[in-house]
Design a protein around this ligand. Structure first.
Ligand SMILES: Cc1ncc(COP(=O)(O)O)c(C=O)c1O
Length: 483
């Protein structure tokens, strides 16, 4: 396997800092000519014609015939590759990596400044309002668990059963109202309205999803938020699948909280975000009690910080924050190019797969509903795990099979459409992104057509703990360790 990063050698960060002289702009310097050569945070108006590159571009993977092929990664919905710009920013920040908020050395000063600048960049990316907290977490799951711990005790939470487990499960079961799988956006509005009418409480939180991780469909966030507002409820938005593809703006969407993950946003360095209104967050017990979250500790008492620090106890993930900020800045600069690229890939994926007899695609709101570049399907008579294994082993294509941590929705979608030969219990998901080319999409569509027509070329069996695997695997299935 080979990965060819495209960035050039750059001057050391300290050189950059010195060269730039006084002022803050030098803190954002990235080497000239890199894909991420960047303006300072907040400058969003520079148009970049090309889509941002990813470090895995051109990755070669082995196939069963003994050859190699360029990896076609259709699993962006699970995790994305890193942007080249993100790797460059992380490499730069690694040079000066040092203690944050504590050390007095110059490298500590730089790391601390970059950590807080990263927060500002993320805040700009999500349209955070004055007074909103922008808290670095590990991922969306962590963000919602934090929020669940910060809710006033009597809060009743309303959430659609269609959502990802990270969005359904963190809330106290007794005070959670699970809304049914709706058949249409209007149905979703009626379900929420009725639930809010009947289940009253002083504090109520409606948890919505921007884009379904199963079907990619966009949820009617504006309409549902308006209903929540009419009933005096707060709104939290799961933007894990939306933020990589479309603008998410706390102020414009009028939502109270927003969560997303860096590893789904081309910044796979262990950082996520919870952002939103600070009153409940500042009143809650710290999520991670310990150093960094405290303003003062005496034998008798502890005074906790307010703001993001209250919930970021322990040493923060500076490199993860820098990575996420670099990804946000990169996306903001390339927004139009990204949207055009993904719209083209998504349209061709849907159209190509739907045109194959024997492919069944799934949606909550109907095939023509607006969506990000995700298609979930089953093949008549072929187990989804076998489909995924054959696509990988024979065609170098990475997809996801299973229920995608959204069991209730997948069960509902599959059971709605039983068909003669067998009813599948799992599905295949293809999720496109910036690691994909038009050629990848064509390869996927013809590989699926070939599977439908001829079945897998090789023999497969189910191996304990590994699912479907080729009976004879000529590939080096134990890759050498990278360290
Ligand atoms: C819509 C949605 N919400 C939440 C999550 C959880 O994200 P993470 O695994 O990064 O915590 C996912 C992950 O797939 C998702 O797709």
């Amino acid at each position: 396997m080979s990965v060819a990063p495209t960035h050039r050698e750059r001057p050391g960060v300290v050189d950059l800092i010195r060269a730039a002289g006084a002022g803050r702009a030098h803190l954002y310097a990235v080497q000239e000519g890199s894909p991420s050569a960047a303006p300072a945070a907040g400058a969003g108006s520079i148009a970049v014609a090309e889509i941002p590159s990813v470090v895995s571009a051109g990755l070669q993977v082995p196939t069963l015939d003994g050859g190699t092929v360029e990896y076609a990664n259709f699993d962006h919905g699970a995790s994305t590759p890193a942007f080249t710009a993100v790797k460059v920013a992380v490499d730069t920040a690694t040079r000066t990596y040092s203690s944050v908020h504590r050390g007095k050395g110059w490298a500590s000063h730089v790391s601390s400044a970059w950590y807080e600048a990263a927060r500002e960049e993320v805040a700009a990316f999500i349209g955070a309002r004055d007074g909103d907290s922008v808290i670095f977490t590990r991922n969306t799951t962590d963000s919602f668990n934090l929020l669940a711990r910060a809710l006033p005790r009597d809060t009743v939470v309303f959430v659609f059963s269609t959502d990802h487990h990270a969005t359904i499960l963190p809330w106290a079961a007794r005070r959670t109202v699970r809304l049914e799988v709706p058949g249409s956006p209007q149905d979703a509005e009626i379900l929420l309205d009725e639930a809010l009418r009947t289940r009253r409480a002083t504090n109520r939180l409606v948890v919505l999803t921007g884009a379904s991780n199963v079907t990619g469909e966009l949820w009617p966030v504006a309409a549902l938020t308006a209903i929540a507002r009419r009933h005096g409820a707060r709104v939290a938005l799961d933007a894990a699948q939306l933020a990589p593809h479309a603008p998410v703006d706390l102020a414009a969407l009028d939502v109270d909280y927003l969560a997303f993950s860096g590893h789904k946003l081309y910044a796979p360095y262990g950082t996520g975000v919870l952002a939103g209104r600070s009153d409940w967050l500042d009143a809650a017990a710290p999520y991670l009690a310990g150093g960094g979250a405290t303003a003062a500790v005496t034998p008798e008492s502890t005074t906790w910080h307010t703001g993001a620090a209250r919930h970021e106890g322990g040493s923060p993930n500076v490199l993860g924050a820098v990575a996420l900020a670099a990804a946000c800045a990169t996306i903001r600069r390339s927004r139009r190019a990204i949207e055009a690229h993904e719209a083209r890939l998504g349209a061709r994926l849907s159209e190509g797969l739907r045109a194959i007899d024997g492919v069944r695609t799934y949606s909550i709101f109907g095939d023509t509903h607006e969506r990000v570049a995700v298609v979930t399907f089953t093949l008549d008579g072929l187990d989804s795990g076998l489909v995924a294994a054959a696509l990988s082993a024979e065609h170098g294509i990475g997809v996801r099979d299973g229920k995608f941590c959204a069991h209730i929705l997948v069960d509902a979608l599959l059971e709605e459409r039983p068909y003669a030969a067998s009813v599948p219990t799992t599905a295949v998901r293809v999720s496109a992104g910036l690691g994909n080319t038009d050629a990848h999409v064509e390869r996927l569509v013809s590989a699926v057509a070939d599977l439908v027509a001829n079945g897998p070329r090789a023999a497969y069996e189910i191996a304990e703990g590994r699912g479907w695997v080729p009976v004879e695997d000529t590939r080096d299935v134990e890759p050498p360790l990278p360290w």
